[in-house]
Design a protein around this ligand. Structure first.
Ligand code: LLP
Length: 467
């Protein structure tokens, strides 16, 4: 099979450029008989006719199934070692009221990282006690609103927050449940992890100081200490980093349990997903089994009761559920170093609807969506429409070489940190989010209009008239 020397080493020229690898595409993605992509029974041409492009298409049943699967896998593996699990959906990956309701109906709690995320969850009718609250710099007003609403555990991130939360709780006549975020010194990235005394980052208090900090928390009668927390990174593919963090945390947990019982241990989120056909995400059952075995072995070694375990997955629940659809606007064959051609396929979105490629150099895959083609695959780079050379959606992919203007391109696995990090660069309007299920499509977040974009400019809409 033809391969382009400009292709990255990992990218194989596909035997079948129209295939939809099940590891990458949402569960209900398929080609119709005529060859076009349909998601949950809705064809891309129907979606684009009704909602335009770009559009985020979320496979509702896929998102819900992943939430239920992860909860079921962890519950059953941890039941085996005699404890229970609280699953918090990490809302930062993607949140709107509809998704908040899907998650809570599936039995999950929700982890919010700002008053804004909390407001969305509350607007969805989620009971405040089912929310956890994170952040390394929560404002006094955020703390006040959270405590007043009766929020679940607040994760204290630094010593200065102890007094802030204690004072707000006392003012509202509440006993506020709190966790303490620990900087465990373990950092995991996709394929490797690093274990140091203290990870060089802004979150949490160092392991070595944790006992003194917990003593301070316990000295406040308006606070109830429920346990420690750590989150070692995101898009993690193996369990070694989680294992090391769990060992370190459980040792601390055992020391903290000497003075008073510590009911819970929160291991954070970060479970990786496949963005391309070469990524191998750990099956949730395997991940849960492996974490349960580590926790069991450590608790036995330390002679402590297995605590209730909390986890906070975001990406692994919502990431694979969503596909972004774009329309091809221009195509250029660029001869690189006089050596080989890279086909630049420009679409009608870009770093405003998916910042991850530009920001992290993240890799995605793509398919021709409105049709199949038997043309020889060509190496393409899918670029956006922004005035910036780094505005790339998919850095490298093989698409049928006859890709043409007006074709639809589908980029899978855009559900996590796609819409959530979308922006208005170049005054592009943010696309809608459309949920598809059993042959039906409905908007769950409407797309922005030019009016939305102009409304906050005080020179156009005088202040006071915008609402
Ligand atoms: N819990 C805490 C405390 C976190 O900080 C995060 C993510 C999560 C849970 C959920 O992690 P997940 O399961 O989604 O990997 N914008 C980046 C990812 C930043 C993650 C920040 N924290 C990206 O697009 O890859």
């Amino acid at each position: 099979m033809f391969a382009n020397p400009l292709a990255p080493e990992w990218l194989e020229a596909p035997a079948e450029a129209n295939s939809l690898p099940s590891t990458v595409w949402s569960r209900n993605s398929a080609r119709t008989e005529s060859g076009e992509l349909a998601i949950a029974g809705v064809t891309v041409t129907a979606l684009v006719r009704d909602f335009g492009t770009p559009v985020y298409v979320i496979d509702e049943a896929d998102a819900i199934a992943r939430a239920t699967d992860i909860a079921a896998a962890f519950e059953s593996e941890f039941a085996r070692i005699g404890t229970t699990v609280k699953v918090y959906y990490a809302a930062k990956a993607f949140l709107c009221t509809e998704v908040a309701r899907w998650m809570t109906a599936a039995g999950l709690n929700i982890d919010v990282a700002s008053a804004g995320e909390m407001a969305v969850a509350l607007a969805a009718g989620v009971d405040a006690s089912r929310l956890g609250f994170h952040g390394n710099n929560k404002s006094l007003s955020e703390i006040d609103r959270a405590v007043c609403a009766g929020i679940g555990p607040i994760v204290i991130d630094s010593v200065v927050e102890i007094g802030r939360v204690a004072e707000a709780a006392a003012r509202h006549g509440r006993t506020q449940r709190v966790r303490l975020r620990i900087n465990s010194g373990v950092h995991a990235s996709t394929h490797e992890y690093l274990a140091t005394a203290r990870e060089d980052q802004k979150f949490g208090v160092p392991l070595a100081e944790a006992e003194a900090v917990v003593a301070q928390i316990r000295s406040h009668s308006s606070l109830e200490f429920v346990g420690i927390h750590s989150h070692i990174g995101s898009q993690i593919f193996d369990t070694a980093g989680f294992a090391e963090a769990a060992r370190r945390l459980l040792e601390l947990h055992a020391r903290l349990s000497v003075d008073a019982p510590v009911p819970e241990l929160n291991l954070g989120g970060g479970f990786g997903i496949a963005y391309t056909s070469v990524d191998r995400a750990l099956p949730v059952a395997e991940l849960a089994a492996s974490l349960a075995s580590i926790v069991e072995a450590e608790c036995t070694r330390l002679g402590i009761v297995v605590p209730v375990i909390a986890i906070e997955p975001g990406r692994s629940i919502i990431g694979p559920s969503t596909t972004t659809l774009y329309t091809v606007g221009t195509i250029k064959d660029v001869l690189v170093d006089g050596e080989a051609v890279r086909k630049y396929v420009s679409v009608d979105g870009g770093m405003s609807d998916n910042l991850r490629t530009a920001l992290y150099g993240a890799d995605y895959s793509a398919r021709l969506a409105n049709r199949t083609s038997e043309a020889d695959p060509a190496l393409v780079r899918i670029a956006g429409k922004h005035c910036e050379a780094g505005d790339i959606v998919v850095r490298a992919e093989y698409l049928p070489g006859d890709v043409e203007l007006g074709d639809l391109i589908a980029v899978p696995a855009t559900g996590a940190y796609g819409w959530a990090m979308s922006n208005n660069y170049n005054y592009l309007a943010r696309p809608p989010v459309v949920a598809v299920r059993d042959g039906h499509a409905r908007v769950i977040v409407r797309g922005e209009t030019e009016d939305d974009l102009l409304r906050r400019d005080a020179g156009i809409t005088p202040l006071g008239e915008s609402e």
